[in-house]
Structure formats: structure tokens, C-alpha cells
Design a protein around this ligand. Structure first.
Ligand code: ZN
Length: 211
């Protein structure tokens, strides 16, 4: 299991929450992305795909307890395993993972929920959203998007699989460093999203741990 190497009350809470979440998904997740990447059979998924809306395709292919991948990944997609990495000279820790590449490609809601906050490129997040699932009390954050909100506004209800924006490089990201910063926050305490994400067999590579 991957846990952050930092210290402090927030991360200690995060560690325990990670353990709890992993227990919940343990039946379908053995702690290895390799296993996720080998799960499923693309040939059997493409046949019904054209006749189904995206939400139905997600229901078919994402194992129970896991999150659908939040980006329509391009061939240059690469995940940095960097939850808990030091930021600002070590005064704070990175509270999500960075999904690199896939410039301009669709970013999707991982759950049914409400877009409770629109980030407007005024801070480090750039353009982005907070997505909140009241049924589970889990908050999801999406940073560094393009300015295009895809017709959505703060307060909008969205369904799992809905497009909520596009991969950009806004905020503290450098102009050519297109990526999605993605957070998962049960009870608004950050946990490592990586073990929870379903990465399709044709999906993104993953870096060694960075922290
Ligand atoms: Zn990040």
C-alpha cells in the first residue's frame, strides 16, 4: 500500500483514511495498478460501447469500488505517483496525483455529484472544479483545466462520466505542462487517489513513487 512519507496531523489522518478506503475496495483491488491494467478485455468492451451512453459503458468496465479514470487519456498520458510529495520547500504536501499529457482532452466526473466550487484561475489551482458526492461525503478536486467550463456552472449536478472540462495548464502549471491535478478527499481529508483509479489496459503509464 502506498502511504505518504510526510508527517503532521492531516497526513496521519489521511493514512488511516487510506487504510479504511483500501479495506473497502480490497475485494477488487490488490494494491497493484498492474492488476488493474490487466483486468477487463478491450475486445468485449468495444462491441457494446457504440450503442451505450458513456455512463453505461463506465458501469460495465469499472470494477465496483473503483473510480473511473478522470481523463479521456491521450497516447502521451502518464501518471505521476506523487501524493504526499513536498511542496513550497516542504511546508506542505501534494494532496493529489498529477495526470500528465492529454492536452485539451475531456475531463470527466468520477461520481454523481455537485460541482460545489468553480476555481477561476485566481490561485494555484488555475481553472478547476470541486465535485462533491453527498452520499459518501467525498470531495474530488480537479485543477489546471482550460478556461472552458463546458457549459457548466457552480452548483450544477453532474453524473459519473459527464465531461466537466478539458486538460489545460492553468494556475501554477507552466504553459506547456498540460496535466490534471486530481484529489480524492473523504471527509475533506486528502487520500492517495492512485490505488482507487481504474486505469484501462490501454491507459496511462505510472511513474515510480515520488515523495
Ligand atoms: Zn498536482
Amino acid at each position: 500500500m502506498i502511504v505518504p512519507s510526510g508527517s503532521g496531523p492531516a497526513l496521519r489522518r489521511a493514512r488511516s483514511t487510506v487504510a479504511a478506503v483500501l479495506v473497502c475496495v480490497g475485494a477488487v483491488w490488490a494494491g497493484s495498478l498492474v492488476q488493474a491494467q490487466s483486468a477487463g478485455a478491450p475486445a468485449s468492451l468495444t462491441a457494446p460501447g457504440s450503442a451505450l451512453v458513456q455512463a453505461e459503458r463506465l458501469r460495465l468496465r469499472v470494477p465496483p469500488g473503483m473510480l473511473p479514470f478522470p481523463v479521456d487519456a491521450g497516447s502521451d498520458c502518464y501518471i505521476l505517483d506523487n501524493f504526499g510529495d513536498g511542496r513550497s520547500g516542504g511546508t506542505r504536501l501534494h494532496e493529489g496525483v498529477d495526470i500528465m499529457g492529454s492536452a485539451g482532452r475531456a475531463v470527466t466526473a468520477v461520481v454523481d455529484g455537485t460541482l460545489t466550487k468553480r476555481y477561476t484561475n485566481t490561485g494555484t489551482a488555475g481553472w478547476g472544479w470541486t465535485l462533491y458526492d453527498g452520499a459518501t461525503d467525498i470531495t474530488y478536486k480537479y485543477f489546471h483545466l482550460t478556461a472552458d467550463p463546458n457549459g457548466l456552472a457552480q452548483g450544477a449536478r453532474v453524473s459519473r462520466g459527464d465531461v466537466i472540462g478539458y486538460v489545460g495548464s492553468s494556475g501554477t502549471s507552466s504553459p506547456d505542462n498540460f496535466h490534471l491535478h486530481f484529489e480524492v478527499r473523504p471527509g475533506n481529508v486528502a487520500v492517495d487517489p492512485l490505488p482507487l483509479l481504474f486505469v484501462e489496459p490501454t491507459g496511462c503509464g505510472v511513474s515510480p513513487p515520488i515523495r
